[in-house]
Design a protein around this ligand. Structure first.
Ligand SMILES: [Fe+2]
Length: 216
């Protein structure tokens, strides 16, 4: 009987099918991030379709900016680590699109995800205000309960949360996430928020001989 009591106290919760989001502190030094921000903010001339206080650069091609080229090299080993988590193998990865975002006070980025890629990422060139940290959202209309129990007396946890807010990123930090994850930036109540975003692909996936290759 004592054995049964001990076994009952050792109950385990298995967290099934977790989603990897990789935070890499200080991928860029603060001076390098600030210098890159100063150059890219001048090129952010493409207005966002849903916020007039958000602008983007055109996609940055290799050779456009030596700092961006160096950044891509710094990102690559972390992409390989994400690839190991998502696909179980260290694969060749390619950053296929990279661009900058400049969000003014009062602007926001609508909920979205990224198509035609596997891993997406953000490099924070300024420290985002607490109001404008990247927010990830649970898939809408997923294979989940359609009942909720949200009220002052209920507690949010990893199993019932609808959203997850990135813990305070610092200047130069990198965040990698699966491209299918919905994310947004709420209304920015702080100063100018500058980031670099990118999409990456694994060059080849093989499922027991049924392989696909990708190129931009
Ligand atoms: Fe995004």
């Amino acid at each position: 009987m004592p054995d049964q009591v001990n076994r009952a106290q050792a109950a385990t919760v298995f967290e099934l099918f977790p989603t990897p989001v990789l935070h890499v502190p200080a991928l860029l030094t603060t001076p390098d991030a600030q210098a890159l921000a100063q150059r890219l903010v001048l090129r952010a001339a493409v207005p966002n379709s849903s916020s007039d206080k958000l602008a983007h650069t055109q996609p940055l091609a290799p050779g456009d900016d030596a700092g961006v080229d160096a950044l891509v090299s710094l990102i690559r080993p972390h992409l390989q680590r994400m690839g190991q988590l998502l696909f179980g193998q260290t694969l060749p990865w390619l950053v296929k699109d990279i661009w900058a975002n400049v969000l003014q006070t009062g602007g926001q980025q609508a909920l979205h995800n990224h198509a035609n890629c596997f891993v997406s990422g953000i490099v924070y060139l300024t420290e985002p205000d607490a109001s404008a940290r990247t927010v990830f959202a649970r898939p809408l209309g997923g294979a989940d309960f359609v009942f909720r129990n949200d009220h002052a007396g209920s507690q949010t946890n990893a199993f019932n949360a609808a959203k997850w807010i990135v813990p305070a990123p610092q200047v130069g930090d990198l965040l990698l996430f699966p491209s299918y994850l919905l994310h947004e930036v709420p209304r920015n109540q702080g100063g100018e928020r500058i980031s670099v975003a990118f999409n990456a692909i694994a060059q080849r996936l093989d499922s027991w001989g049924y392989a696909v290759s990708f190129q931009p």
